[in-house]
Design a protein around this ligand. Structure first.
Ligand code: PXP
Length: 243
């Protein structure tokens, strides 16, 4: 069964728009930790957060509280930089997804370049800490092979180009080929970025997917229907995946 990891970064984005530094006497809202509980209450299989170097949305205190409170799986998205790797080692999320990070980007815009030399060492460190390691990559066969060689257990296929394409046939073919190759190399496959209630069914052509990590569309829909319903609707939309 296809699983849903709910990315709650944008709940923190809304909080940070007003509460930058925990002013006295204020109760910062909305609380991403409470959002995680809401998502879990209706069946989300995991909670995903990106602790960025610039701390633009999720804060260190959020990940520490989430580690203690969530009952499903904590997936920490992070850049391969010493400060955050050390935090992950101590925090022990269930899974880490290593992503590229650029200060100027609005969101994680591209996939990781897995051929970077430091990556196998970081992967080994995190795996030694008992953390499952995933790499966020574009559906590019060279990157899939490099992910397997670098020692990752999962790849997360970047679905952003698929989501943005007017005609997504070519992007879908890329995702299918990348998933097939990954599976053949013994890698497990997740996917995410830019997925929404409309484009999700198109991804059902991609084989071997285990978890979809989805954030922006769920939090956007939650503004109108509430987070529980928004998550429940996404779970219902995912039911048709043939597996
Ligand atoms: N997966 C990864 C690795 C991401 O970086 C993001 C964005 O933070 C997502 C999934 C979720 O993307 P979206 O918010 O577009 O659903």
């Amino acid at each position: 069964m296809l699983q849903l990891g709910v990315n709650i970064d944008h709940v923190a984005t809304l909080r940070q728009a007003r509460y930058k530094s925990g002013q006295d006497g204020m109760s910062p809202e909305p609380d991403p930790v409470a959002a995680a509980a809401e998502a879990e209450a209706v069946g989300a299989h995991g909670i995903t957060v990106h602790l960025r170097e610039d701390r633009r949305h999720i804060q260190d205190s959020d990940v520490h509280t989430l580690r203690k409170t969530i009952r499903t799986r904590l997936n920490l998205e992070m850049a391969d930089v010493p400060e955050i790797v050390a935090i992950a080692e101590a925090l022990k999320p269930d899974e880490v997804c290593i992503v590229p990070e650029r200060r100027a980007e609005v969101t994680t815009e591209g996939g990781l370049n897995v051929t970077v030399k430091s990556l196998p060492r970081t992967i080994a460190r995190l795996r030694n800490a008992g953390i499952v390691v995933s790499l966020f990559i574009a559906p590019n066969l060279k990157q899939v092979r490099a992910a397997a060689a670098a020692g990752a257990q999962f790849i997360e296929l970047h679905t952003g180009a698929y989501a943005n394409a007017r005609d997504n046939t070519t992007e879908l073919k890329r995702l299918v080929s990348a998933a097939e190759l990954a599976h053949g190399l013994g890698l497990r496959v997740n996917a995410g970025h830019g997925l929404n209630y409309r484009n999700i069914t198109g991804t059902f052509a991609v084989p071997h997917m285990e978890t979809l990590n989805i954030g922006h569309s769920i939090v956007s829909r939650a503004v109108f229907v509430g987070l529980r319903q928004a998550v429940a609707e996404m779970l219902a939309a995912m039911k048709g995946y043939p597996g």
